[in-house]
Design a protein around this ligand. Structure first.
Ligand SMILES: [Zn+2]
Length: 98
């Protein structure tokens, strides 16, 4: 990593826990998920569906304060994806990929 390259901070894209505070973190293309969120997702997937697939149950249950409280985490997850994208573009350029 060169001096001008921005350090990529890794955190779970779902709960925003940093990698050094979770037991395991799985990285995907620009996003990450911690083992706790994997387990929660597994429980949700295992339960019988009660809502149309495009609606997450936790979103449906939020009151206006909960919606507002979610905005910073969503913004942080979006910022992480943008940082990771910029990191990969720099990496592609460094590798002379076009
Ligand atoms: Zn998580």
């Amino acid at each position: 990593m060169d001096a001008t390259e921005e350090r990529v901070v890794t955190a779970c894209s779902f709960c925003r826990q940093p990698s050094n505070e979770v037991a395991r973190l799985v990285a995907g293309p620009g996003v990450c998920i911690c083992i706790e969120c994997v387990e929660l997702s597994s429980q949700i997937i295992s339960a019988p569906p009660s809502l149309p697939p495009e609606l997450a149950s936790w979103e449906e249950d939020l009151d206006p304060d909960g919606v507002l409280a979610s905005l910073p985490r969503m913004a942080a997850a979006g910022a992480q994806v943008k940082r990771n994208l910029a990191h990969f573009v720099k990496r592609a350029r460094r590798l002379s990929a076009t």
